[in-house]
Design a protein around this ligand. Structure first.
Ligand SMILES: NC(=O)c1ccc[n+]([C@@H]2O[C@H](COP(=O)([O-])OP(=O)(O)OC[C@H]3O[C@@H](n4cnc5c(N)ncnc54)[C@H](O)[C@@H]3O)[C@@H](O)[C@H]2O)c1
Length: 263
C-alpha cells in the first residue's frame, strides 16, 4: 500500500464517482473521509466497506455553506495535521432552455460545482500546505469542454472549474500543492440513470458516438483520480484529463467502418 499514512477528503462521496474514488483510495492505502450532504446514505456506504473500517469515515458537508465546509476540513485537518488529497467531486445536473432558467437555479448549480470547489480548496489550504506535497483533483466534465444544449449552467460551471484549477495550480505550486482535473464523458451513475430515464440521454445514440462504444464505469474514473492524486503524476499540474472513451476526439462518429471497408 504505497499511500499509507496519507489522508484524503472527497466531496459528494455518498454514491457514484465519489464513492468509487474513495474505494480506490482505500485500496491504495489512504485514510479516506467520504463527505456528502446526505450523511445517512454516506454512513450506509461506509458501513458496507467492512474490510476498511478504521480508515474510512463518513462526514457531512454542504459545499455551498462556508461554515459546513470549514468545519469538515478543520475536523480532518486537525485530527491528522494535514490533508494529502482533496477531491472536489460534489455536483448536480440541471437542464432546460437557457431563456427559461430561473436565476436561483442558475446560482444554485454554479455555487455547488464552482463555489464548492473554491470553498473546499480554500478551507483545506492550511492542511494541504502542511502535507508536504499535496494534490487537489477537481471534477470537470466533457460538458466543460464541448457545448451542450439545455445545459448552460452545467457547461459554464465545469468550464469555470477548469479555469479556477489552472489559476490555483500556478498560485499554490510554491506550497507543493498540485491541482489537476478529470473530465469524464458519460459515466453510469444515478445522475446519468436519471437522464436516461427521462430521455435526455440515449444510450444508443451515445454508444454510437463514443469510440469505445460504451459508458464508463465509476471505477474507471476513480482510477484516473487516483493517478492524479498520487505521486505517479508528480510532474503534472494545471491539467485536465479527458476520460470519455473517445467521445471528444471523433469528428465523424460512426463512420469508421464505412471508410475502412472501401479501402
Ligand atoms: N455521471 C457522469 O456521467 C458524469 C460525467 C461528467 C462529470 N460528472 C461529475 O462527476 C461528479 C459526480 O457525479 P456522479 O455521477 O457520481 O453523481 P451522483 O449524483 O451519483 O453523486 C453526486 C453526490 O454529490 C452529492 N452532492 C450534491 N450536491 C451536494 C452539495 N451541495 N454538498 C455536498 N454534497 C452534494 C450528492 O448527495 C451525491 O451523493 C459531479 O461533479 C458530476 O458533475 C459526472
Amino acid at each position: 500500500m504505497s499511500e499509507e499514512n496519507k489522508v484524503a477528503v472527497i466531496t459528494g462521496a455518498g454514491r457514484g464517482i465519489g464513492a468509487s474514488a474513495g474505494v480506490r483510495l482505500l485500496n491504495g492505502g489512504f485514510t479516506v473521509y467520504f463527505t456528502d450532504m446526505n450523511l445517512e446514505r454516506t454512513e450506509e456506504f461506509v458501513a458496507s466497506l467492512g474490510d476498511h473500517k478504521g480508515r474510512a469515515f463518513a462526514l457531512q458537508i454542504q459545499v455551498t455553506d462556508d461554515k459546513s465546509v470549514d468545519t469538515a476540513m478543520r475536523l480532518v485537518g486537525e485530527k491528522h495535521g494535514k490533508i494529502d488529497l482533496l477531491i472536489n467531486n460534489a455536483g448536480i445536473t440541471n437542464q432546460g432552455p437557457t431563456q427559461d432558467i430561473a436565476t436561483a437555479d442558475w446560482q444554485q448549480l454554479i455555487d455547488i460545482h464552482l463555489g464548492g470547489t473554491f470553498r473546499c480548496s480554500r478551507a483545506a489550504f492550511p492542511y494541504l500546505r502542511a502535507a508536504n506535497g499535496a494534490a487537489i483533483v477537481n471534477v470537470s466534465s466533457i460538458a466543460g469542454r464541448l457545448g451542450m444544449p439545455i445545459r448552460a449552467s452545467y457547461c459554464a460551471a465545469k468550464a469555470g472549474i477548469e479555469g479556477f484549477g489552472r489559476s490555483l495550480a500556478t498560485e499554490w505550486a510554491e506550497y507543493g500543492i498540485r491541482v489537476n482535473a478529470v473530465a469524464p464523458g458519460y459515466v453510469m451513475t444515478d445522475l446519468v440513470q436519471k437522464d436516461l430515464k427521462n430521455g435526455l440521454v440515449s444510450q444508443e445514440v451515445l454508444g454510437n458516438r463514443i469510440s469505445l462504444k460504451r459508458f464508463a464505469t465509476p471505477e474507471e474514473i476513480a482510477e484516473v483520480m487516483f493517478f492524479l492524486g498520487t505521486k505517479a503524476s508528480s510532474y503534472m499540474t494545471g491539467q485536465v484529463l479527458n476520460v470519455d472513451g473517445g467521445l471528444s476526439i471523433d469528428l465523424n462518429p460512426g463512420n469508421t467502418s464505412a471508410l475502412t471497408k472501401k479501402n
